[in-house]
Write a new protein. Structure first.
Length: 94
């Protein structure tokens, strides 16, 4: 029989891995913004968010809403699907 502690530790490992992967992928957002020569303040204003919220997106502390990613892609003229595909919007059970 599997113990509750084993299951909790396994879930913690999975969530930590997801967090690291998400943070790595959100670095792409920062690189795209910098390549477009936009300051955080300007992009944040353009998407209707605060600079600190955009910073949290870029640092992987907050997952941006789907519509916000679409706005960012439009502003940055980024039409590849990988930025959307790389961010997991479905809650996973663990």
């Amino acid at each position: 029989m599997i113990s509750k502690l084993f299951i909790l530790n396994k879930c913690k490992d999975i969530n930590n891995k997801r967090g690291r992967e998400y943070k790595e992928k959100m670095l792409k957002l920062t690189m795209l913004r910098i390549q477009a020569d936009l300051k955080q303040e300007k992009l944040a204003t353009d998407i209707g968010k605060s600079r600190s919220t955009l910073s949290s997106y870029e640092n992987g502390r907050i997952i941006p809403p789907y519509k916000t990613i679409l706005k960012i892609k439009n502003i940055l003229n980024y039409f590849e699907d990988d930025l959307l595909n790389e961010v997991n919007y479905k809650k996973k059970n663990c």
